[in-house]
Write a protein that binds this ligand. Sequence first.
Ligand SMILES: NC(=O)c1ccc[n+]([C@@H]2O[C@H](COP(=O)([O-])OP(=O)(O)OC[C@H]3O[C@@H](n4cnc5c(N)ncnc54)[C@H](OP(=O)(O)O)[C@@H]3O)[C@@H](O)[C@H]2O)c1
Length: 350
Amino acid sequence: MTTQRPPYRVVQWTTGNVGRRSVRAVAARPDLELVGCYAWSADKAGRDVGELCGLEPLGVTATDDVEALLALRPDCVVYNPMWPDVDEMARILAAGVDIVSTAGFITGHALGAGRDRLLAACETGGSTLFGSGMNPGFANLIALVSTGICDRVERITVLESVDSTGYDSPDTELKVGFAQPIDAPGLAEMTREGTAVFGDAVHMMADALGVDLDEVRFEAEYARTTHALDLGSWTIPADGVAGVAASWQGWVDGRCLIDLRVRWRKGRTLDPDWPVEHGYVIDVEGQPRVHTKVEVAPPPDFQATSFADFMVLGMIMTAMPAVDAIPAVCQARPGIVTYADLPLIAARPS
Ligand SMILES: NC(=O)c1ccc[n+]([C@@H]2O[C@H](COP(=O)([O-])OP(=O)(O)OC[C@H]3O[C@@H](n4cnc5c(N)ncnc54)[C@H](OP(=O)(O)O)[C@@H]3O)[C@@H](O)[C@H]2O)c1
């Protein structure tokens, strides 16, 4: 007879676009228990987390008191803030609490020396850190799985091609170059920094493939909007960047083995008028060639009246790879782990 273990105790870190979906998912799973929530915004502290996420009250109050949250002795933090904060993450990990993150983390290479501090904190706390999301994250996992029927792999390309007009996170989007003058000096460097987590994903995929990369390269290109774009909480002026395309590449023996591309566009006045695939296109060049397209669509009962409503699907897709990984991460070895270390992760259908 197997005995069921008690639910994993979970603290939610912030309740933004992704965090609100994480809270719903954690609250819905019997093997997870929401015990606390961190509020970055002062006006969210003291409020019920259910209320902050458009749900019935959950009986858990959001707080900015990190010590009080760690004193709850959670098993895991679902880390969904706008930016990864190495000090904050190290504090959580050193306290013996695992982290599943969607905030700019896959392997930690993009954090430079911060990665070593996180590893040290994992060692101190005997804790585990895992990062995912839709892309980077799940899209890379699908690409790796897609290679599993090939006896030869020459190149793996993952393209995220979406119209992100309804994604309301201006601070993260401005950071990758949106709204800059199309000829702004340093634009590519800005995009490189803002998308550096895709470099992490190149490392993760190479590791899963057992390949030592010689080099990780980065390229970017841009499209402008011919008219000013009103995006609700922010605007892009005419001639500003409204299309950002970036490519993070893993090179070995003089060829590109892994090419992780994003092509994001906003509005209907883009020049050049980049086509949109509305999803994730994965191509494995090898024997055989494998073409995989991940297309998502709302279910029949989905209530959506605006483009922004549809972006909720994107937030669900970002939150779930991290939330679904919680039991596996709580059972994993201490340290930074990736999909290369964890067992198969799937949904827990209700
Ligand atoms: N891998 C993927 O597929 C993927 C896709 C989308 C997003 N992401 C990442 O997931 C994370 C969450 O995205 P999101 O759209 O949910 O973000 P968001 O809603 O813009 O922000 C998340 C929360 O961060 C806090 N915050 C606001 N301003 C901040 C600041 N200046 N410094 C630190 N924290 C601040 C707020 O906490 P309160 O809730 O307390 O107000 C906010 O709700 C981001 O790191 C994003 O890059 C990953």
